[in-house]
Design a protein around this ligand. Structure first.
Ligand SMILES: Cc1cc2nc3c(=O)[nH]c(=O)nc-3n(C[C@H](O)[C@H](O)[C@H](O)COP(=O)(O)O)c2cc1C
Length: 146
C-alpha cells in the first residue's frame, strides 16, 4: 500500500509527525511520501491519503494547506480512503479545528475515513510523534491487517 501524507504545518511539529509516520509505514513494508506543499496533482485513489495538520490562528488551517483544501472542494473523492492526524493545543477553544475542517471536507467529498481521526494535544504530548506512531501502527494493523 502507498500512503500520501499531506502535511499542514506552520512551526514544523506536524512535519516531524509526518516523517515519523513515514518511517513506520516503511518499517511495515509499505511505501509513502510526505507532501510538505500539498497539491491535488498528487491525488490517487489507489493510495491512502493521510492528512497530518496542526491548527493555527483561531481554528484555522496552516497557510501551506489552504490552497489544497480549496482545490479539494472541486473534486469528487468517492472511492478515496483517508486517515487524519490533527495537532492542537487544548487551551484553545478551537482545539484541532483544522483537522476537523479537513474531516468535514473529506467526508462531504465522499472519502471513506479508515479510522476515527487522531487529535493530539501538544499540551499533554510534548513529543507528538510518539503517540502518533503508536496510534498509526495500531490502525495499520486494523485497517490493512499487517
Ligand atoms: C499562533 C498560534 C495559534 C494557534 N491556534 C490554535 C488553535 O486555534 N487550535 C489548536 O488546537 N491549536 C492551536 N495552536 C497550537 C498548534 O496547533 C500547535 O502548537 C501545533 O503543535 C503546531 O504544529 P505545527 O508546528 O505543525 O504548526 C496555535 C499555535 C499558535 C502558535
Amino acid at each position: 500500500m502507498h500512503f500520501d501524507i499531506m502535511v499542514g504545518s506552520v512551526l514544523g511539529a506536524s512535519e516531524y509527525v509526518a516523517e515519523a509516520i513515514l518511517v513506520s509505514i516503511i518499517d511495515a513494508g509499505h511505501t509513502g511520501e510526505c507532501h510538505f506543499e500539498p497539491c491535488v496533482s498528487a491525488l490517487n485513489k489507489d493510495n491512502i491519503l493521510l492528512i497530518c495538520t496542526s491548527t493555527h490562528g483561531a481554528g484555522d488551517l496552516p497557510d501551506n494547506i489552504v490552497a489544497y483544501a480549496k482545490a479539494l472542494q472541486h473534486k469528487d473523492l468517492n472511492g478515496f480512503n483517508a486517515m487524519i492526524i490533527g495537532l492542537g493545543d487544548s487551551s484553545y477553544d478551537t482545539y484541532c479545528g483544522a483537522a476537523m475542517t479537513m474531516e468535514t471536507l473529506l467526508v462531504e467529498k465522499g472519502v471513506t475515513l479508515l479510522s476515527d481521526p487522531l487529535h493530539i494535544d501538544v499540551l499533554h504530548h510534548p513529543i507528538p510523534e510518539d503517540i502518533a506512531v503508536e496510534w498509526f501502527v495500531e490502525q495499520l494493523d486494523k485497517v490493512i491487517g499487517n
